[in-house]
Design a protein around this ligand. Structure first.
Ligand SMILES: Nc1nc2c(c(=O)[nH]1)N[C@H]1C(S)=C(S)[C@@H](COP(=O)(O)OP(=O)(O)OC[C@H]3O[C@@H](n4cnc5c(N)ncnc54)[C@H](O)[C@@H]3O)O[C@H]1N2
Ligand code: MOO
Length: 407
């Protein structure tokens, strides 16, 4: 009996453990996931300093349009040790320089006029103006980044400013990818009659990288026991194994038999989804093993449905699934209930941000062009038959950063 989608994904996630943490240099940390919370070793700012190029003045002079004697100069990187601001005097100060003792405000240079060694404040500022106070941004020992943070440029800036040359992130799992099939030739070779290029391995490798894993290409196994045994053996050094094709009812679909020989503990072998019914998941000596169907579209969509959430869990992410949205169908969809269907769709948006969904083309799994044309995938529920135009469907976007066409 095929497994339901819900049972299948729950089974997978229950068997996936996050990878161990590793320390890496900050310049390679973009997109990685923090394995531990980060505490600030010091305050930011570490001292009171000026937010403007201008003059540090005393509280007594803050409200008057007075003339002040300039007694010193202080730039960023210098210390304010020997300088003090007293009534009637000012210290010229640059942005980022520590404010000298006695400084109650900084008057921006454009609010002042110079006149024979003195300055005249033409536009006074309130007390405290343009001073960045010690610890106003971050306090020593404060947790500044939570475990699970996906490191982007601002996080890296913060970590660097707190002196973290290295950071503890979840290790990137190595994901072995094995294509199977006598009809396959490798990219770069000219396919002969009845041969096709192994494209699934490249698509799966790209999808693995996008999800935070490191693909390990095992190449192609022939549809024979010996070849499959050799290649699958190599795959057991990885943190996860993905096989492509050779798992349905064909006379040469030997993947299952060989995996059994290698000690596969099978959790499910088929799932009630469309496309991708012949999808399997198990473990070989603890290594999570996915067998995905060979049709390229089914391969991509079953990766999306099952492997991507597993990889996200492995790599320490807090959210395993793509965010979903609701959109209105622009036409009816004729279908049978019983299987969850991943329909390749075109998603558009109106000026109110409402989404509209239409089929991206022929939904047969053999049709790659529909997958390439689609910008989203609608998830049609297993408990529904035909859907009417105007009904809402749940969907996820394939490239959420790309703006949607406006209608
Ligand atoms: N009697 C049945 N036949 C089939 C069933 C079934 O339930 N009963 N399921 C069909 C479905 S659905 C799919 S999907 C395929 C899945 O079969 P396999 O995973 O065993 O894959 P193959 O038959 O070996 O190949 C399917 C298709 O994909 C092409 N392929 C394979 N590997 C690659 C690759 N690396 N790159 C590009 N294309 C690849 C292959 O040439 C075939 O055209 O089975 C149906 N049949
Ligand atoms: O996985 Mo098959 O491609 O469902 O049609």
């Amino acid at each position: 009996m095929p497994e339901t989608f819900t049972n299948a994904i729950n089974t997978i996630l229950n068997h996936i453990k996050p990878t161990a943490p590793e320390n890496i240099f900050l310049d390679g940390a973009l997109g990685r996931v923090l394995a531990t919370p980060v505490k600030a070793p010091w305050d930011i700012p570490r001292w009171d300093n000026s937010a403007m190029d201008g003059y540090a003045i005393h509280a007594a002079d803050s409200s008057c349009q007075c003339q002040l004697q300039v007694t010193g100069f202080i730039a960023a990187g210098e210390t304010a040790q020997d300088l003090e601001v007293s009534p009637g005097t000012a210290v010229k100060i640059m942005t980022g320089a520590p404010t000298p003792p006695g400084c109650a405000a900084v008057v921006p240079v454009e609010n002042t006029r110079e006149d024979s060694g003195k300055i005249i404040i033409e536009k006074p500022v309130p007390l405290g103006s343009h001073i960045r106070w010690q610890s106003e941004d971050i306090q020593q020992q404060q947790v500044v980044l939570k475990q699970g943070t996906i490191l982007q440029a601002p996080h890296i800036n913060l970590l660097a400013s707190l002196g973290f040359a290295q950071v503890s992130v979840s290790m990137q799992p190595r994901i072995a990818i094995l294509a199977t099939g006598d009809e396959l030739v490798e990219l770069g070779q000219t396919p002969g009659e009845s041969q096709i290029i192994n494209s699934n391995s490249y698509a799966l490798a790209a999808a693995v990288k996008e999800a935070g894993g490191v693909p390990v290409m095992l190449g192609t196994a022939r549809d024979c026991r010996q070849s499959l045994l050799e290649k699958l053996h190599a795959g057991q050094q990885a943190d996860m194994l993905i096989t492509s094709a050779g798992i349905s009812a064909g006379d040469r679909d030997l993947v299952r038999q060989v995996l059994d020989e290698l000690g596969l503990e099978i959790h499910f072998w088929k799932v009630d989804i469309k496309p991708g019914r012949p999808t399997a998941f198990g473990q070989i000596r603890g290594v999570p093993t996915f067998c995905l169907p060979g049709n390229p579209v089914a391969s991509i969509l079953t990766f999306e449905a099952f492997v991507r959430p597993a990889l996200r869990k492995m790599t320490g992410h807090q959210h395993f699934f793509r965010p979903v949205r609701q959109g209105r169908l622009e036409h009816e969809v004729k279908r049978k209930s019983g299987r969850r269907e991943f329909m390749r769709v075109l998603v558009t948006e109106n000026s109110k941000g409402e989404l509209f969904v239409s089929s991206a083309g022929d939904q047969n799994t053999g049709i790659m062009s529909t997958m390439v044309r689609a910008n989203g995938v609608a998830i049609l529920p297993e408990d529904r038959g035909n859907l009417l135009a105007g009904e809402y469907v749940t969907l996820f976007l394939l490239n959420p950063a790309e703006p949607l066409e406006q209608v």
